[in-house]
Design a binder for this molecule. Structure first.
Ligand SMILES: [Zn+2]
Length: 439
C-alpha cells in the first residue's frame, strides 16, 4: 500500500487508484472503464466519514491528501446473511462425532444444555469481534428458538445488538423445526417475539414432510405481522426433497409481500433438469432469495465414513442467478458441530465459494453476493456498496486482481469504518477456554 497509512486515522482524504468491482459501485463515473475482470480504477473521496462521488482514476496526481491503495482492490464492508452466532465456537466442547448432518444435530442438541446467558454472550461477542476485524458491517443470525431456550437467547441477542449498534448491524431469525409449529401457542409466542425484536420468522423444513398446513401457519403468522421469512431448505442430497417448491407455491398462494430467503437448497443440484426448470420458474415467480452456504455444505454433504465425496454439496448457484433470482453467499456455521472451521470472514466465504462453485470465468458480479445483494435482503440500502453519501465502511486489499485476492487470506487488509482504520485483529481462541473447563 502506498501513501500514508496514518492518513486513514486522522483526516479527510482521497483513496487514489482503488480497484473496485463494477457490481459494487452505485452510479459509476461514465468515463471509468472496467478492466477485463470487471474492476474499475477509481479515486474515491472520503470526507466526514462518508464516501464522496467516485471519479475515474487519473494518473500522476500526488497531492498530499491522497492515500493510494496502489491499484489494490477496495470493497465495501461485508454483509453476512446467514450465520448461527448462538452455536458458534462450541466445537471444543461438542465436536461432530462423524462429520454428518445427523451427527451435528445430535451434538447441537446435547450442547444446548450449556447455553446460559454467560456462555452465549461470550461466544456471540467473540464471533462479532472476528467479523468486525475482517470488515463485516451487517449480519443476520438464526437463533435456536425451542422453548425454553428462546427466553435465554433472545434477550442476550438484543443486548448485543444494542452494544454493537454502529459497528455491526444485527438481525435475528427464529430457528425452529417446521414440525414445532404444530404447537400453535408456542408458534404464536415466537412470532410475537420476532415481531417485538424487529426480527425475521424462520423454520427448518425437512425432506418429504407432509406438513403443508404448518407451512401455511408460518406464512400466516408472518403475514399478519408484516414479517420477512427465512427458511433452512432441503439441506440434503435427497432428490425427493421438495421444500423449495412448496415454499414458492405457498408464497404465491398467499400473495406474500415480505421478503423470503431460502438457505442451502442443496438437493436442487440432485434433481432432473426438467424438474429444476419448473422449480426455478416457481422461485422466480414467488420472489425467493437464495442463500448459498458452500463451506458448510462442502463439509456435511456427501459424507460417508471411509469414502471420498463425489459432489460438492452446493445448490445451483449459476442457474439460479441466471434466472434473475437474487443469490447471496454466507458463512453459516463457524467452529461448531455443523462446520468446525471458518471465522465470519466475508472474503473467505467468497474465496471458498469461487473455488467450490466455479464462480470465476468470469467472476463478474459475484462479489455482490457477499455485499450488495444480502444488504438488500436485510433492508440496508447503504451497506454493501460504494455509494456517494454512504458511510465510508471499506476494506482495502493489496491484491490488484482476483488471482492475487483469492490466493492469500489477506490478513493484512485494512478495514475502514466511517473513513478511519480500525486496527482490530480477530480475538485469541484462548479467551473462550474457560467455557469449556469441565469440573
Ligand atoms: Zn444455517
Amino acid at each position: 500500500m502506498t501513501g500514508s497509512v496514518e492518513a486513514l486515522d486522522t483526516a479527510d482524504f482521497v483513496l487514489v487508484d482503488a480497484g473496485v468491482p463494477l457490481c459494487l459501485v452505485d452510479d459509476p463515473p461514465a468515463d471509468a472503464v472496467p478492466d477485463a475482470e470487471g474492476l474499475l480504477r477509481l479515486d474515491i473521496p472520503i470526507a466526514d466519514g462518508r464516501i464522496g462521488a467516485p471519479a475515474a482514476h487519473r494518473h500522476g496526481d500526488r497531492a498530499a491528501d491522497r492515500v493510494g491503495p496502489g491499484g489494490g482492490m477496495v470493497w465495501p464492508g461485508f454483509v453476512d446473511l446467514h450465520t448461527h452466532l448462538d452455536k458458534a465456537f462450541t466445537w471444543p466442547r461438542r465436536a461432530n462425532p462423524d462429520g454428518t448432518l445427523e451427527g451435528a444435530l445430535s451434538a447441537a442438541a446435547l450442547d444446548r444444555a450449556f447455553w446460559t446467558v454467560d456462555d452465549l454472550r461470550a461466544r456471540m461477542e467473540f464471533a462479532l469481534r472476528c467479523a468486525w476485524a475482517h470488515g463485516t458491517v451487517a449480519m443476520r443470525t438464526h437463533l435456536d428458538s425451542r422453548a425454553p431456550q428462546h427466553l435465554v437467547t433472545w434477550p442476550v441477542f438484543r443486548e448485543l445488538r444494542e452494544e454493537w449498534r454502529g459497528r455491526i448491524a444485527l438481525q435475528a431469525v427464529s430457528l425452529l423445526p417446521l414440525e414445532e409449529f404444530v404447537d400453535a401457542a408456542h408458534a404464536t409466542e415466537i412470532a410475537d417475539l420476532v415481531d417485538d425484536c424487529n426480527g425475521v420468522l424462520g423454520a427448518v423444513t425437512r425432506v418429504g414432510a407432509g406438513n403443508d398446513d404448518l407451512l401455511e401457519r408460518v406464512f400466516r403468522l408472518a403475514g399478519e405481522r408484516g414479517l420477512d421469512l427465512d427458511f433452512h431448505v432441503d439441506e440434503t442430497d435427497d432428490p425427493e426433497a421438495r421444500a423449495f417448491d412448496r415454499i414458492a407455491r405457498t408464497a404465491i398462494a398467499h400473495r406474500f409481500e415480505g421478503r423470503i430467503a431460502v438457505g442451502h437448497c442443496c438437493s436442487l443440484a440432485r434433481r432432473p433438469a426438467a424438474e429444476v426448470d419448473r422449480a426455478l420458474d416457481l422461485a422466480a415467480a414467488a420472489g425467493l432469495h437464495v442463500i448459498g452456504l458452500p463451506m458448510c455444505n462442502l463439509y456435511l454433504q456427501d459424507r460417508r465414513a471411509g469414502e471420498t465425496p463425489r459432489w460438492r454439496g452446493v445448490t445451483l448457484l449459476h442457474e439460479i442467478k441466471e434466472r434473475g433470482i437474487p443469490v447471496s453467499l454466507a458463512s453459516d456455521n463457524v467452529r461448531d458441530a455443523f462446520h468446525p472451521y471458518g471465522d465470519f470472514d466475508g472474503l473467505e466465504v467468497f474465496a471458498q465459494a469461487v473455488k467450490i462453485a466455479h464462480l470465476d470465468r468470469p467472476v463478474g458480479d459475484w462479489p455482490a453476493a457477499v455485499a450488495r445483494t444480502p444488504a438488500d435482503v436485510m433492508g440496508f440500502a447503504d451497506a454493501g456498496r460504494v455509494r456517494e453519501g454512504a458511510p465510508a465502511d471499506l476494506v482495502l486489499f493489496q491484491a490488484r486482481s482476483y488471482s492475487e485476492l483469492l490466493s492469500r487470506p489477506q490478513h493484512n487488509r485494512r478495514v475502514l469504518r466511517a473513513g478511519r482504520a480500525i486496527h482490530a485483529e480477530p480475538p485469541n481462541y484462548r479467551e473462550l477456554d474457560r467455557l469449556f473447563e469441565t469440573g
